[in-house]
Design a protein around this ligand. Structure first.
Ligand code: GDP
Ligand code: GDP
Ligand code: MG
Length: 343
């Protein structure tokens, strides 16, 4: 079956989350999660599919012309030029090796090559992707520009972790606006986590310090530190993040264990720019890419993961508390290019 047939097949309907999902057998949970992922990535997938269908229309083999068109498809799908060139080169090499490749095989080849490009984020599945250890809290510091989805991602993450039986502490180190602290408090409450806060305008490093002290004293398993993203320049950002890191390592020597940059996927190329700035300002060890629902720019995940050599740990596919996913590159490419995606 070719791209046209896939494109024509019926669209998946977003499924409602059933009550008592804890009782459903593994396979059903897995199936539901796959449906939700497909629904979340629907716009990107539709964009890619219609462009790909046009690129291969009337052609049976993957030749130079098809590859040219494919290159354009990927670039206009926010994958980024450098990563696109890499993907095309890999497919060219494959064409040269296998001589004749049917255009109908292109989608599975794309899935293979793209999945290989993306760096692996290998956390423990039991702890929702984090390598939580016994004896000291696992400290995750969350950075990113204002509006990227940091607070929401922390809330969703806290909910998953408490559900997994972990004791979670959240530090409200975005002290810039009172509303930001209140928003985090609402999420902490929903998630069943403890939030440590100070007044609006207080020193973020001081909040981080208090949070870690309290977390250690109460044998917390995980600490999530929210930060402000509205720093006007790189030096200011660097200084503030460095100060927070230093003060945390005074309490837990190995903290932070992870610095996660949250990027708004719907901003497309702008997310690349943010990734560049934050990786220059501090050491970023993982990425969360949010708002992939409702955007056709999901291709950024592929480019950013490749360009910055930082694994994508989570993707956000909605505002709901359960709409954060551990990123799985195979599931992701399958949701974008796979046959099952539109069946
Ligand atoms: P912060 O400034 O980085 O802390 O960003 P917030 O967490 O406050 O999020 C900004 C807005 O993005 C809020 O309205 C969130 O509901 C929304 N948001 C965050 N993640 C997602 C997502 O995965 N999907 C959608 N649709 N909205 C999201
Ligand atoms: P400071 O702003 O010059 O004090 O810089 P630091 O980076 O050393 O610390 C930032 C904040 O973390 C401080 O303002 C304190 O609130 C807190 N902090 C750091 N070290 C300590 C400490 O040893 N004891 C206490 N109680 N708080 C500390
Ligand atoms: Mg926030």
């Amino acid at each position: 079956m070719g791209f046209f047939d896939i494109f024509k097949s019926k669209k998946s309907e977003p499924q409602s989350v059933e009550q008592g999902a804890e009782q459903t057998p593994q396979a059903e949970v897995r199936e539901r999660e796959e449906r939700e992922l497909n629904a979340g990535l629907e716009k990107t997938k539709q964009g890619l599919f219609s462009k790909l269908a046009r690129a291969v229309a009337g052609r049976s083999t993957v030749d130079a012309e098809v590859l040219d068109d494919l290159e354009e498809v990927l670039i206009t799908s926010d994958v980024g030029v450098e990563t696109t060139v890499k993907i095309i080169e890999r497919i060219e090499a494959r064409v040269a090796r296998d001589k004749y490749i049917n255009t109908a095989e292109l989608q599975s080849i794309l899935q293979d090559e793209i999945a290989q490009l993306m760096e692996k984020a290998e956390g423990s599945v039991e702890n929702f992707g984090l390598d939580v250890k016994e004896g000291e809290p696992y400290v995750l510091m969350v950075v990113g520009v204002n509006g990227a989805g940091k607070t929401t991602t922390i809330g969703k993450l806290a909910a998953q972790l408490t559900k997994a039986g972990k004791k979670v502490y959240i530090g409200a180190a975005d002290t810039f606006r009172a509303a930001a602290i209140d928003q985090l408090a609402v999420w902490a409450e929903r998630a069943g986590a403890t939030m440590i806060r100070q007044e609006m305008g207080s020193d973020p490093a001081s909040v981080a310090y208090d949070t870690l002290k309290s977390a250690v004293a109460n044998n917390a398993d995980v600490v999530l530190i929210d930060t402000a993203g509205r720093l006007h320049n790189k030096i200011g950002l660097m200084n503030e993040l460095t100060k927070i890191r230093n003060v945390m390592s005074k309490v837990v020597g190995s903290a932070p264990h992870e610095v996660m940059l949250v990027l708004d996927g719907s901003t497309g190329q702008n997310a690349f720019e943010q990734a560049r700035q934050f990786t220059q300002a501090t050491k970023v060890t993982s990425l969360a890419i949010t708002k992939l629902d409702g955007t056709a720019k999901g291709g950024v995940v592929i480019g950013i993961s490749d360009r910055f050599h930082i694994p994508v740990r989570y993707i956000g596919i909605g505002e709901g508390i359960d709409q954060l996913r551990i990123f799985d590159r195979h599931d992701f490419v399958k949701a974008l290019f796979g046959k099952g995606a539109t069946e």
